[in-house]
Design a protein around this ligand. Structure first.
Ligand code: PMP
Length: 467
């Protein structure tokens, strides 16, 4: 059956973020079901989902409570819009719950269907805010190189991923990008080789100020970033970074947008990653873990400063999506947050699982292929290096992708971003399952090292799976 499904898939489906040609030649992996932290493919293999689907399935697979919440809401009211002053109980209750969980100044929500739509909304709100404040010249938004904020044209433009810009045609005007606080890649191995991480972090913050001065100090509307850059490579900034960024932004009266699509809802051991770094964002795009990925929903939390202006002075905001606050998605998101609260999921990540993962994950730093092992909460990264030279691998070897494919075959989902391996397992993972994850990661590294050494990157030795 899996073969016919694969053949059908090959014939019809253009997968996101996938080399279409390679997909046609190699076929896809068909995932059929999930249970807890495991997924099962069409051959019946059990795979530990080290990426929570794709940073989404925080409560794990097979949660009947979420299924029931969806079914009940679908029976009662499957859809109604939230336009023109109408709404419904799930949207109202979800908005109330989100504002109760968020830092005190975030008291409004604009719902969307996804994280990309949330960031489109952010761009429009930011520019509208400054227009209403009588400063329409404040138009520029500063993002970060290699940042990811979605795949719509606005999302792509706010993000700083060069391949997306190359393929996406012209970006939305008035958006520029500054360097990311990626010490391992740019501090240790890049231009500022062997720089002190804190000095490097500070320098990255000052790069924002330099850009502001280049653009004109009254021309910049907002700065957008994730607390920890997720898709860019699980990049935890040096401690010096965020305090210095906050200082720069307040000096020039620039709004702070903190994209919590990945970092929100417990990933870093707080309900919001900005709490971990003591940020007070004006706008907060959310999605993914909001519903544990069971149904698509996103939104923007809006701080009092912006909301007061939009509400008091704005009148109609000519913006919205058919599925803004979709009742079934909102009912599932609400139940997801209630379950997370009742089960103390976020506290467990902060006090127990995060520190435990940090200890266990750090043991991988003795592996010859690993230049750095870092983690925060339940997000971790390994930086692969060439053991022979101690330098980064030749890009043509695609060592990260090789390690990702080997890991998957051995029963662990890891993601590769270049030669950075990433994990972000469901937040309901146990200590024993963290041990299993670390063991599988080590085995994948061992096999990757053997493959690279034998220069048979295209045909890794086939070994028995260990899961
Ligand atoms: N922001 C961040 C930080 C993300 O990681 C993503 C998705 N990976 C998005 C926005 C876009 O979300 P979506 O795919 O739901 O549009």
């Amino acid at each position: 059956m899996s073969h016919s499904l694969q053949a059908l898939d090959r014939a019809h489906h253009l997968h996101p973020f996938t080399d279409f040609k390679a997909l046609g030649e190699e076929g896809s992996r068909i995932i059929e079901r999930g249970e807890g932290v495991y997924i099962f493919d069409a051959e019946g293999n059990r795979i530990l989902d080290g990426m929570a689907g794709l940073w989404c399935v925080n409560l794990g697979y097979g949660r009947d409570e979420l299924v029931t919440a969806a079914a009940e809401q679908m029976r009662r009211l499957p859809y109604y819009n939230t336009f023109f002053k109408t709404t419904h109980p799930p949207a109202v209750k979800l908005a109330e719950k989100l504002c109760a969980l968020a830092p005190a100044h975030l008291n409004h929500v604009f719902f969307t269907g996804s994280g990309s739509e949330a960031n489109d909304t952010v761009l429009r709100m930011v520019r509208r805010y400054w227009a209403l404040k009588g400063k329409p010249e404040k138009q520029w938004v500063i993002g970060r190189e290699n940042g990811y904020h979605g795949s719509t044209v606005a999302g792509m433009s706010l993000g700083g991923m060069a391949p997306m810009h190359d393929q996406g045609g012209p970006c939305v005007p008035g958006i520029t990008h500054v360097r990311q606080p990626y010490w391992f890649g740019e501090g240790r191995f890049g231009e500022g080789r062997d720089q002190d991480p804190e000095a490097f972090g500070h320098q990255c913050a000052l790069a924002i100020e330099e850009r502001i001065l280049e653009l004109g100090e009254d021309q910049v509307a907002a700065f957008i970033a994730e607390p920890v850059q997720g898709a860019g490579g699980a990049i935890m900034p040096p401690a010096s970074y965020w305090p210095a960024v906050k200082e720069v932004l307040s000096r020039y009266d620039i709004l702070l947008v903190v994209d919590e699509v990945i970092c929100g809802f417990g990933r870093l051991g707080e309900w919001f990653g900005s709490v971990h770094y003591d940020l007070a964002p004006d706008l907060v795009p959310i999605a993914k873990g909001l519903s544990s990925g069971y149904l698509p929903i996103g939104g923007v939390l809006v701080g009092d400063r912006v909301a007061d202006t939009l509400v008091e002075e704005g009148g109609e905001f000519f913006h919205g999506f058919t599925y803004s606050g979709h009742p079934v998605c909102a009912a599932v998101a609400l139940k997801n947050l209630e379950l997370m609260e009742a089960e103390g999921v976020v506290e467990r990540v902060r006090d127990d699982l995060g520190p435990y993962l940090a200890r266990r994950w750090a043991t991988l730093s003795d592996h010859p292929l690993v230049g750095e092992a870092r983690s925060l909460g339940l997000m971790g990264a390994l930086e692969l290096i060439d053991p022979a030279s101690g330098e980064r691998f030749d890009k043509a070897l695609a060592a990260g992708n090789l390690c990702r494919d080997i890991s998957f075959r051995r029963g662990l989902v890891m993601r590769s971003v270049g030669d950075t391996m990433i994990i972000a397992p469901p937040l309901v993972i146990t200590r024993e399952q963290i041990d299993e994850l670390v063991t599988l990661a080590r085995e994948a590294l061992d096999e990757t090292a053997r493959c690279l050494a034998a220069r048979v990157a295209d045909e890794p030795p086939t070994e028995e799976r260990s899961a």
